[in-house]
Design a binder for this molecule. Structure first.
Ligand code: NAD
Length: 310
């Protein structure tokens, strides 16, 4: 059964969600307010499908059909009413997400989800007229490679909505967990705690980023170290999440000054070319934990297959 998908925000996550939904055969409207980012997302999608063709996973016709299923929209006003699914994937800011969700709800989707990494669903749902149809749909980065979908059930979320989200996960080839609505849910709270401590260790001069990452990769069998993961997620994204968690749980989640400084300097990780590592054409340069140790999966390291993330 094909369902009409609307994905709001064509950044790291919206692009990935659109890719997976279109690849599963669903028509996707990708809504992006930034014209350049929207165009870049469409180009990136075409590149990803071309790569599938080169690897023998898709035929040329399938790649073309996938791309054709995706339509770029400049705003929700351009989207027809009553899609089956709307997933919001705009930056992690409460006011922005609330505004987008209110506009999205007016289109009467059967299921409305937020890809938030840390903001409580109850807070996002304030102001919605049908909060029972709303839940967290927390995908992981890169969406095409990460099996997990964390479904976050708010106090007003109907059991039918949770069931629909679980069905959706399966249709998209994802493996769901259903979690209670607490800031940071089950995943970000733990993952960000590790990332923030690793950044404090860099600031304390404990070791180079590459050696801190290598310690976790080799010593704890993490597929990717906490600093490289921070680069993959985006330092700005992690800073937003840390601030949300700080407001909820106190100063144990206070963002380290080094993180704040790096974001202010535009060192956002992979997407800006510089974070704890240098990135060129989406690939990390320099020999570090990942390139020396592999990513723990057969076939060796790949920046696009590693990660988990928020
Ligand atoms: P991003 O900054 O890469 O992309 C967000 C996009 O939303 C941008 O392209 C921006 O122009 C667009 N946007 C802003 N306002 C908009 C609007 N009103 N309508 C349409 N588009 C709009 O951010 P991201 O990394 O993709 O994160 C998006 C969400 O997903 C956040 O809530 C984040 O916490 C969460 N998340 C991120 C990751 C990750 O690894 N980056 C993983 C899981 C969840």
């Amino acid at each position: 059964m094909t369902e009409r998908f609307v994905v709001v925000g064509a950044g790291t996550m919206g692009l990935g969600i659109g890719y997976v939904a279109a690849g599963a055969g669903h028509p996707v409207e990708l809504v992006e307010v930034d014209r350049d980012r929207g165009a870049a997302a469409m180009t990136r999608l075409a590149d990803l499908w071309d790569r599938g063709v080169r690897r023998g996973k898709l035929t040329v016709a399938q790649a073309a059909a996938n791309q054709e299923r995706v339509t770029l929209r400049a705003g929700l006003a351009e989207v027809a009413a009553e899609p089956q699914v709307i997933v919001e994937a705009v930056p992690e800011r409460l006011d922005l997400k609330r505004a987008v969700l209110a506009e999205a709800e007016a289109l009467h989707p059967a299921l409305l989800g937020s890809n938030t990494s840390s903001i409580p669903i109850a807070e996002l749902a304030e102001g919605l007229t049908r909060p029972e149809r709303f839940c967290g749909l927390h995908f992981f980065n890169p969406v095409w490679a990460m099996a997990l979908l964390e479904i976050v059930v708010g106090s007003a979320t109907a059991s039918e909505t949770t069931a629909a989200a679980v069905t959706l996960a399966t249709r998209l080839g994802k493996d769901p967990v259903v979690v209670r609505d607490m800031p940071g849910f089950a995943t970000s709270r733990l993952g960000v705690a590790l990332g923030l401590e690793a950044i404090r260790m860099v600031a304390d001069g404990v070791a180079d980023p590459a050696d801190i990452d290598k310690a976790m990769v080799l010593g704890y069998r993490h597929p990717v170290g906490p600093l490289e993961l921070t680069d993959l997620v985006g330092l700005d994204v992690r800073l937003d999440i840390a601030r949300t968690l700080q407001a909820a749980y106190g100063d144990r989640f206070a963002p380290p000054p080094l993180l704040v400084e790096m974001v202010a300097a535009g060192r956002l990780g992979k997407k800006s070319g510089q974070g704890f590592y240098h990135w060129a054409d989406g690939v990390r340069s320099g020999g570090t934990a990942q390139s020396e140790a592999g990513d723990g999966t057969p076939g060796g390291a790949s920046a696009d297959r590693t990660g988990t993330a928020r």
